[in-house]
Design a protein around this ligand. Structure first.
Ligand SMILES: C[S@@+](CC[C@H](N)C(=O)[O-])C[C@H]1O[C@@H](n2cnc3c(N)ncnc32)[C@H](O)[C@@H]1O
Length: 343
């Protein structure tokens, strides 16, 4: 083996044929992938894929991905190669890496599902059990958990308003919301006078808050207290015109399971939507997650359209994030999903 940076150097030069040859010759060398293909340059942690993306070498990027270079490798500033491609004006490379991300994550998802099942055999795992057992704090426009993380923040108000408009476009409909939080979407749904308005909420503090605020007496409202996974049998035989999903502390795998339930709960001409906080701290991971969700929903017979809403992270900063221990959102655009059966 030559220098540690050999793969990086060839990618940086955009030398596709030499790079391919090198990758082929050394593919079975010990630690080739972990040490050589994913070598990070000293000064900033860029990998060969970052280098290929900077100079716009689609051939090198393809060869690297085929050799097993991770699509999502970050440099020391937390920037991925796809972001470098976009910033350098190489949209085709952004697209190539995003598509690779979807492909890999679909396979991982299938494997993940299997592992999850295996885990279940040794006992059911509740992903947000710790959260559900913590005390929560309500202030005027924030709901914060015991770790100082924002469960729901008031900056999402315009998003919740828009979701409600789409889900309940006229009075007299039957709507279902999973996850009450600050009750923002439920407040907006009420404005559209649904015939029935079912809310599923798992956290005991949130449930108590709902009762304190008289939500159990609001027109058409029925509260099901418990995790959606546990209370769903109470909805056996029912279906809805509009369904919204926005929980906390759960994984994408849980949402996937929920989507399977949606196909039974949604009326043929109904509308489903969810809070699109999918990997919302990185634009590439977000893009991959959106496409993954869209692909999986399509596989369940639901077609998704996305409405773009501009976001101002600085305005949010002033409004809501102060004093919290982390952010679940850093993007400049919200992509609101609307899903309908396309059968
Ligand atoms: C982000 S907040 C929802 C915010 C809401 N969309 C609004 O407009 O204010 C998430 C809520 O989901 C609840 N939750 C978390 N896991 C849940 C589960 N498995 N089933 C039902 N509710 C859950 C949390 O307790 C929290 O109240």
């Amino acid at each position: 083996m030559t220098s540690l940076s050999a793969v990086y150097d060839l990618a940086e030069k955009g030398d596709v044929s030499q790079l391919k040859e090198y990758l082929k010759t050394h593919k079975d060398d010990e630690d080739f992938l972990t040490t050589y293909v994913t070598y990070q340059r000293e000064e900033d942690g860029d990998t060969a894929l970052h280098a290929a993306c900077r100079i716009g070498s689609t051939g090198c990027a393809r060869a690297l991905l085929r050799a097993g270079h991770p699509w999502n490798a970050m440099n020391r500033s937390g920037v991925t190669a796809a972001e470098v491609a976009k910033a350098s004006g190489h949209q085709d490379l952004w697209e190539l890496i995003v598509e690779e991300g979807v492909r890999v994550e679909m396979i991982m998802g299938l494997l993940g599902r299997k592992n999850e099942k295996e885990k279940e055999e040794g006992g059911k795992v509740i992903p947000n059990q710790e959260y559900l057992e913590q005390p929560l704090t309500y202030t005027e426009d924030r709901l914060v958990d015991a770790d100082g993380l924002g469960v729901m923040l008031g900056w999402e108000e315009p998003l919740m308003r828009r979701h409600a408009e789409i889900l309940c476009p006229r009075p007299g409909l039957d709507v279902l919301n999973v996850g009450f939080g600050l009750g923002l979407i439920d407040e907006h749904l009420q404005r559209f006078k649904p015939r029935t308005h079912t809310i599923i909420e798992a956290h005991p503090d949130v449930y108590r808050h709902m009762l304190d605020k008289g939500w159990d007496k609001r027109p058409g409202v029925r509260i099901l207290h418990g995790r959606w996974q546990d209370v769903l049998p109470q909805l056996a035989g029912e279906d809805f015109d509009g369904i919204y999903f926005d929980t906390y502390g759960e994984y994408y795998a849980d949402m996937r399971e929920w989507h399977e339930e949606v196909t039974n709960l949604l009326r043929p001409d109904g509308i489903y939507s969810f809070f699109n906080g999918l990997a919302a701290t990185n634009p590439v991971f977000h893009e991959v997650s959106c496409r993954l969700a869209e692909t999986e929903l399509r596989g369940m017979g639901l077609a998704t359209t996305w409405e773009s809403m501009p976001m101002d992270p600085e305005e949010q900063e002033e409004k809501n994030w102060g004093g919290l221990n982390g952010r679940y959102w850093t993007l400049k655009e919200y992509r609101l999903p609307t899903c309908r059966f396309d059968l």
